[in-house]
Ligand binder design. Sequence first.
Ligand code: CP
Ligand code: NVA
Length: 334
Amino acid sequence: MHSGTINLKGRSFLTLKDFTPEEILYLVDLAAEYKDKKKNGILHDTLRGKNIALIFEKTSTRTRCSFEVAAHDLGMGATYLDPSVSQIGKKESIADTARVLGRMYEGIEYRGYAQSIVEELARNAGVPVWNGLTNEYHPTQMLADMLTLKEHFGHLDGLRLTYMGDARYNMGNSLMIVCAKLGIHFTACTAEQYFPDEALVAQCREYAAQSGATITLTQDAMAGTKGADVIYTDVWVSMGEPEEVWEERIRTLSPYKVTRQIMDNAGEKSVFLHCLPAYHDLKTTVGREQSSKYGFTELEVTDEVFESAQSLVFEEAENRMHTIKAVIAATLGA
Ligand code: CP
Ligand code: NVA
């Protein structure tokens, strides 16, 4: 399955900064084709006999399951590597691990901490490396989000997306990049200290100049969400961050909680997205622990919005699998 002149065979997938708008849209469309095949029971196990390694230094439900199911559907084997039971980083460097795994596997997924680690892995592996989330970026999530929005609105160009919460971490950064590249007007609506890094904003403004997108940073929750097509949020405390940050995050980001009032301000045609997992109730251990200290019942989004008809979060979660499959297939040349 190839369209036009786009050929991603042999490429790593580390950040969407490395991909043109055409390449990003190609992957979204390829994912839609795979989704269609899967729904219609059409087998697509064209990568039989190949294998991938999945390194997870942070926990995961969606990303891990997406890679495993996608690999299986493509006819491939997948090995899950839990750093607590492997040598990675403790007794063996990332560069050595890359050179070992690159001889056994056709591709390697990495989820962990610094972006520099996944980049080092890619430099040394000799096979495509896929970023399954780092502190800085979450590029496979972006493809799922774009597929979800394209399915819902029928187009991406010209949409208005507002991200509320911690906009200087993986989700805020990645959404700003993909929106800037694809002509989606991006607003980071949060407290000033959670605005994305200035250098990245400047780089995205250059992408936006090409695509017709705009980038807005605002602390005004009502002005920032007025008329938005998409309201997007993420947890306020990300994986790997210390316990001490919770109190300040809750205090500073509470005005940016996605509530019914925010969705009404955006308008009845607006949709709600969240990469998940979400603290929209107290049905989680961490949610209950933090709630007993700080006395909330819901954090970044209210349960009402999360469960509403405007919420596309489970379509979005399903699309992780179809889009990750497209990344594997395109970079391995299925
Ligand atoms: N959205 C996302 O990456 O989910 P997981 O952490 O469950 O993989
Ligand atoms: N910002 C979140 C995203 C989870 C998918 C984290 O890094 O934990």
